[in-house]
Design a protein around this ligand. Structure first.
Ligand SMILES: *Cc1c(COP(=O)(O)O)cnc(C)c1O
Length: 402
C-alpha cells in the first residue's frame, strides 16, 4: 500500500469474521476492562484498557505504518510522549544534546523538570551546524534531541549527518541492543512536517515523536502524542513504560486522530499550497521586512530543505516593518486568521512569539536567537487562499498606521 492508502486503511480493517460486525470505521472501545472466556488467556488479547485498547491499537498501527516504523506508542499529549521517552531511556546524570531552537514546552520540560529536578545534564547547541553537535557530545551523551524545521524561525538541521555522528559513537543503539549496552539515541520531533513531508527514521533517527494535537489530528479538537520506532527492543521498553506510568491516549482521542489521519495527505498538500501562495504574496508587500519559509530560495537552508524533505509544510514566519506595534495591530485586525497558539489545524492561526508563545523568554535572549519583536508566525489553514490574502492585506495596512 502507498502512503495515502495506508492513511485511510491501516489499523481500521473491517472485522469480516463470523460474528464480526464489519464496521468500516473503527468503533470507540470505551470499556475499561475486557472479560475472559477462559481463565488462562484474555479474549482477543485485551485485559485492561491502560495496557491495551483496540481503538488505540488501531491508531498505533496506522501511525507506525505512516512514519515507516514498526511500532508506535501513544500518549496523552506530545509532552507526555516526550516525558515517556526520557524516563524510558535516560537516567539521572546522563548528558543530552538539544537543538537550542526547540518548541518552548520541550525546552521547559528538559530545563525545568529533567535538568533542575531530575539531574539530566543538557547542552543546547545551534544544530544548523552539525559541528556544534559533534563538539557538544561526550562519553556520557545518551541522547540527541532535534526538531527540524524549528519553531518559529524555521531553521533546519541535517538529520542524516547527525545520525551518522550518533551511530559512529559506538554500540548499543540499533536493533538488538535490547537495552544492555547504553549507547546514544537520536530523537527527532517531526510535528511540523509530518511523515508526508519528512521521515526521520529513514534518515537514521532511532525515535520519532509527535504532538498529534497538531497536523496529524489536524482539526484542533484533540490533545495527544506518540513515539514511533523501527527497533523492536526500544518499542518494548516504551510499551512497558506506557502501561507502567499510564499516561495513555483515551479511546475517544484515538478515534479522532484515526479520523483526522485519513485526510493527512490532502490536508498537507493544501496547507503547503496555501503557504507557498501566501509567502510569494507577502514577499511583494512593503509592510514586510522578510519572510521565512523553507520553500523560498531566499531561505538560507533551502538546498537542505529540498534534499531532506518531500515538501515545505504550512508554517510561515513574517517579519514586519514597525516592530511590536505593527505586530500587535496586524493581530488585532485580522478576522479569518484566529489569534491563537498551536498550529496544524484546518483553520488558519496567527501568533506573535514576542507577545504569546515566547513572551516568557527575556527580550535580550529573544534578540540573541534572532527572534525579533516584529515577527509573526502563521499556521496557514486550508481556507480559500484569496480570503486569507484579503485578510492579510487588511491587517498589513492597519499594521503601519500608528
Ligand atoms: C505542540 C508541540 C509539542 C507538545 O505537544 P502537546 O500535545 O501540546 O503536549 C511538542 N513539539 C512540538 C513541535 C509542538 O508543536
Amino acid at each position: 500500500m502507498r502512503f495515502d492508502t495506508k492513511a485511510v486503511h491501516v489499523g481500521e480493517e473491517p472485522n469480516l469474521a463470523p460474528g464480526g460486525s464489519g464496521d468500516v470505521v473503527m468503533p470507540i472501545h470505551l470499556a475499561s476492562t475486557f472479560a475472559r472466556a477462559r481463565l488462562s488467556e484474555p479474549t482477543g488479547g485485551y485485559e485492561y484498557s491502560r495496557s491495551g485498547n483496540p481503538t488505540r491499537d488501531g491508531l498505533e498501527r496506522r501511525l507506525a505504518a505512516l512514519e515507516g516504523g514498526s511500532e508506535a506508542i501513544c500518549f496523552a499529549s506530545g509532552l507526555a510522549a516526550e516525558t515517556a521517552t526520557v524516563l524510558t531511556f535516560l537516567r539521572p546524570g546522563d548528558h543530552v544534546v538539544l537543538f537550542q531552537d526547540l518548541y518552548g514546552g520541550t525546552r521547559r520540560l528538559f530545563s525545568r523538570v529533567f535538568a533542575k529536578r531530575w539531574g539530566l545534564r543538557l547542552s543546547y547547541v545551534d544544530a544548523r551546524d552539525p559541528g556544534q553537535v559533534a563538539e557538544a557530545m561526550g562519553p556520557d551523551t545518551r541522547m540527541v534531541w532535534l526538531e527540524s524545521p524549528t519553531n518559529p524561525l524555521l531553521g533546519l538541521c541535517d538529520i542524516r549527518v547527525i545520525a551518522d555522528m550518533v551511530e559512529a559513537r559506538g554500540p548499543g543503539t540499533g536493533a538488538g541492543s535490547g537495552g544492555g549496552a547504553r549507547g546514544c539515541l537520536l530523537v527527532v520531533d517531526n510535528t511540523f512536517m509530518t511523515p508526508v513531508f519528512q521521515r526521520p527514521l529513514e534518515l537514521g533517527a532511532h525515535l520519532v515523536v509527535h504532538s498529534t494535537t497538531k497536523y496529524l489530528n489536524g482539526h484542533s479538537d484533540s490533545v495527544g502524542g506518540v513515539v514511533i520506532t523501527g527497533d523492536h527492543g526500544l518499542a518494548e521498553r516504551l510499551r512497558f513504560h506506557q502501561n507502567a506510568a499510564g499516561a495513555v491516549l483515551s479511546p475517544f482521542d484515538s478515534f479522532l486522530v484515526l479520523r483526522g489521519l485519513k485526510t493527512l495527505g490532502v490536508r498537507m498538500a493544501a496547507h503547503q499550497a496555501g503557504a507557498a501562495r501566501v509567502t510569494r504574496w507577502l514577499e511583494g508587500r512593503p509592510e514586510v521586512r522578510g519572510v521565512i519559509y523553507p520553500g523560498l530560495e531566499s531561505h538560507p537552508q533551502h538546498e537542505l530543505a529540498a534534499r531532506q524533505m518531500h515538501g515545505f509544510g504550512g508554517m510561515v514566519s513574517v517579519e514586519l516593518e514597525g516592530g511590536l506595534g505593527a505586530a500587535r495591530r496586524l493581530l488585532e485586525t485580522v478576522r479569518i486568521f484566529a489569534l491563537a497558539e498551536s498550529l496544524g489545524g484546518v483553520e488558519s492561526l496567527m501568533e506573535s512569539p514576542a507577545l504569546m508563545t515566547h513572551a516568557s523568554v527575556a527580550p535580550e535572549a529573544r534578540r540573541r536567537i534572532g527572534l525579533s519583536d516584529g515577527l509573526v508566525r502563521l499556521s496557514v489553514g486550508i481556507e480559500d487562499v484569496e480570503d486569507l490574502l484579503e485578510d492579510l492585506e487588511r491587517g498589513l495596512r492597519a499594521s503601519q498606521v500608528g
